[in-house]
Structure formats: C-alpha cells, structure tokens
Design a binder for this molecule. Structure first.
Ligand SMILES: *Cc1c(COP(=O)(O)O)cnc(C)c1O
Length: 466
C-alpha cells in the first residue's frame, strides 16, 4: 500500500495518490433530470452518450491514462523523421530494457500487432491456445481462418473463488492440447493480466511452466503483455519468494521465458495510442516487418508519430514505479471492498485495472434476457453520471444462428483510467452504489428494440421495461 512514513517510521494510515495535479480537465456536472433525457436520447446505450455528459468515465482503461510532466516534455522532443528517427531508438531501447526481445516493431495499437502476428502465423486449420484470448486477439485469429482456445484454470471461471492467480494457464490441459493438435498449433499465447477473465494475474511459476510445455512441443511462446506491470506487482505481492524483488526484475524474468510479445501501449505504457510486436526469431520478424510496411508504416515508426514513440518510452519508465503500482492495485481493491460491504457482489479477488460487479447476483429479480448488467449500468449513469460497461448477455447473448441465450455471467465492468481519478471520485462511485442498493428491487430490465447483426452492444437501442 502507498503509505507515507511518519517520523517514527510508522506507516501513515491515509493512502495517497503518488502524484500531484498540474493540469486539470474540468468535469461538467449534470443533474439527474438532464441525465434522464440524455439516456433516453441515447436509446439507453452508454456508448451513444457524449463523453462530456459523463461525470466519471469508467468505460475503459485503454488510452485514457493521464500523462506525466515528463511524458508531455517527451512529446515536444518527438522527432518526426520518416526513417531512423531518434524517437524510435528511444522507444526501442525502453522496450528492450524491460523485454529482452531481438526485434521490436511499433504498431498503432495492440490489435495491429495481433493482426500482423496472425497474418504470419495464422491461417485455416490452425489452432491457437491461450489462458483467455482477449476479444481483438480472438477476432484476429479467426479473421485469419484459425481458431482460438481458452485454457484458463477452473478457478478462473468461478467469480467467488479467491485463488491468487486466477489468470493461470491450465498447464496439464495445454500439454494434452498440444499432444492432440500438434502440427496445427503455430504458437502458444498467454494474456497478462487476463483481461477477459477479470484482470486476474498469472504467476511467475505458471509463466515458466507454460513456456516449458510450449517449448517441449517445439512451439513459440508469445505473451500478450498489455498489463505486464500490474501482473508483475501482483507477483510481488502474492507469489512466494518474490516479495523482495524489484518489479522491473520480475518483468524481465516473465518475458525471458517468451519468444515474443504483443502489446497495447494504451494500457501499461501510459500512452494514448500505440503498441508493438516483439519477436526473437529472425525469419518470423522479417515476414512481420514486411507486413508492417504494408499495413502500418516504415519499421522505425509503425503506425505512430515520433512523439507517440517518445511518450511510450517515458511511460515505460514510469509504469514500473512501485508507489504507482501499489496505489493502482489498491484503488480497485478499495472500491471492491466497499462494494462488498454494501452487499454488492464483485468478482473476487479484485483484479488490477477494473472492478467487476456481478449484476445477476445483485439483481436476481431481473432475468438474464432482460439484461441485469445493462440495467445496472444504465442506473449507474442515471443516478450518478458514471459510465461503465456491461459484460454479459447484451455483449455475448446473440448466437451466430440468430437466437438469443443468457451469457455465462452478467457483469458490469468499471475500468479505472490510470492516474486520472482521486480517492474522492472512488468514494463518490461507492455512494452512488449505496443509493442504488437501497432501491434495487425497483430497478427494471430492458428490451432491445433495434440491433445490428454483429457486436450489438456498441449500437443496440433499448427501451426500459415497465
Ligand atoms: C486492449 C487489449 C488488446 C488490444 O489492444 P488495442 O490497443 O485496444 O488494439 C489486446 N489484448 C489485451 C489483453 C487488451 O487488454
């Protein structure tokens, strides 16, 4: 925990944000009545709101981080030369300092790195196992004609289970999978932290074991490293024998086991845009670089401006700061603990970047096909101007044959932008839940009155049920 020390060496009780604020962005206040109109005008879809009409925006932690003074300064020193810019070399050396890979290809964001990787490794008949593929990873695997498989441990699928590393790969299942599918597997992937599974970490021991199984079968091992720093700090807090190590050393060891990585710098690099693909294999890297030039840009800028490369280089130095990481993980845990105390069930233990509320358990009177997660997300906006995201039957309920069924869970995700909100914002979120919890039996579900063919959660129109 982030606690300043007193004169006697005792930890102070108040946890503080380890930064002070130099530039501010005003929040436009709205009344409940205004929000009622805005919500109706958005057809009860929070993606259709203007962000100026949101008080606390917890839609995503992606690209929403606050930059530091050093990052803003780095933007100014960004060099926009087409080829061989010093910004690229600063970026490359910051990446290689933490991730010891031979080739680093900048991309405009994480999914571009995935698209390039699977344009080289994917294809019809290929099978790609992971703990849990993130949705863009799965989409890029499938777009290449290949298939993705999620082999997370059983505890990772149980929302109340307190296992410290619920993102772990089920290594025995992976071994059996590789024995069975052999030649059709181009690589083994592992997402740290496991975003789709609730931001749950993977242990160092599990990373080593996953690498060993992949290598035993002769497969390259690629880490989706989007939240590498949060994962490393969970290892420091929770894994036996790791307590006295520096986070950056844990990061290096995590990635020493791998043959490559994909990364979204919009997550654990404090950048508003960016990503990369890193690889050790020369032949693979050459094919990827050719693809990069075709779809992103010259290899010393990828899809980015020089200033973005510099912001990432500086962000990577800041993200491994342990005072920041302690504050970061404590923020999610603090909100989750206070929600649990109000009787609001959350996915346990709290993950790194987000709090996941179990809306189906919280609102048992709303059946899944009346979207309890969406009903709660709409109520959070109406009562408090908070924007969250349903991860449940609206997002996953529509089947490819056109019929609808309940998703495995109906969750509401509140993702925390990095370094953006303070403790009083967190307390405000809790207070809004308190209001909702007091009247929760009066919340009603919704029906969908219009929806597109695919990815309906982004644009479906709803009406509340009376
Ligand atoms: C965000 C994310 C991606 C995709 O990155 P983008 O920058 O949004 O394209 C891939 N994997 C994980 C785990 C992510 O969280």
């Amino acid at each position: 925990m982030v606690r300043a020390q007193s004169r006697t060496g005792q930890c102070m009780k108040t946890i503080i944000e380890p930064f002070r604020i130099k530039t501010v962005e005003p929040i436009r206040m709205t009344t409940r009545e205004e929000r009622q109109h805005l919500l109706a005008a958005a057809a009860y879809n929070l993606f259709a709101l203007k962000s100026d009409d949101v008080l606390i925006d917890l839609l995503t932690d992606s690209g929403t981080s606050a930059m530091s003074t050093a990052q803003v300064a780095a933007l100014v020193s960004g060099d926009e030369s087409y080829a061989g810019s010093p910004s690229f070399f600063r970026f490359e050396s910051a990446v290689k300092n933490l991730f010891p890979f031979k080739h680093v290809l900048p991309t405009h964001q994480g999914r571009a790195a995935e698209a390039i990787l699977f344009s080289v490794l994917g294809g019809k008949g290929k099978n790609v196992p992971s703990n849990t593929h993130f949705d863009t990873t799965r989409a890029n695997i499938e777009a290449s004609g290949a298939e993705g498989f999620d082999l997370v441990i059983a505890e990772g699928l149980d929302p109340r289970n307190e296992h410290p590393f619920k993102g772990n790969m089920d290594v025995a299942r992976l071994d059996a999978f590789l024995a069975k599918h052999g030649d059709s597997v181009p690589c083994v992937m592992l997402t740290v932290t496991n975003n789709a599974g609730g931001g749950q970490p993977v242990s160092l021991e599990n990373i080593r074991a996953t690498a060993a199984v992949a290598h035993k079968h002769g497969k390259p091992f690629i880490i989706d490293g989007c939240r590498f720093a949060e994962n490393a700090y969970f290892i420091k807090l929770r894994e036996k024998g790791q307590q006295n190590r520096k986070v950056e050393d844990i990061v290096r060891e995590m990635f020493q086991n791998a043959d490559g990585m994909t990364m979204s710098a919009k997550k654990d690099a404090f950048a508003n845009i960016g990503g990369w693909l890193a690889l050790n294999d020369d032949v693979l890297a050459q094919s990827a670089r050719e693809r990069l030039i075709l779809t992103e840009g010259f290899p010393t800028y990828g899809g980015l401006a020089g200033r973005d490369l510099d912001a990432i280089a500086q962000g990577l130095k800041e993200i491994i700061d342990e005072d920041y990481l302690a504050y970061r993980l404590r923020t999610s845990a603090y909100i989750a603990e206070r929600l649990e105390a109000l009787g609001v069930p959350t996915v346990r233990p709290s993950g790194g970047h987000a709090i996941f509320v179990d809306a189906r358990a919280f609102l048992p009177h709303i059946p899944p096909l009346q979207y309890p997660g969406h009903a709660l997300a709409a109520a959070l906006y109406l009562e408090g101007g908070i924007r969250s995201c349903e991860i449940g039957t609206v997002m996953f309920g529509m089947q490819s044959d056109g019929h609808e069924q309940a998703a495995p869970m109906d969750l509401v995700r509140m993702a925390m932008p990095r370094r953006v909100y303070t403790q009083s914002h967190a307390d405000y979120v809790v207070e809004v839940f308190e209001e909702i919890a007091a009247e929760k039996d009066r919340l009603r579900g919704l029906k969908i009155v219009w929806q597109p063919q695919r990815m309906r959660h982004f644009s479906a129109k709803f009406e509340p049920l009376r």
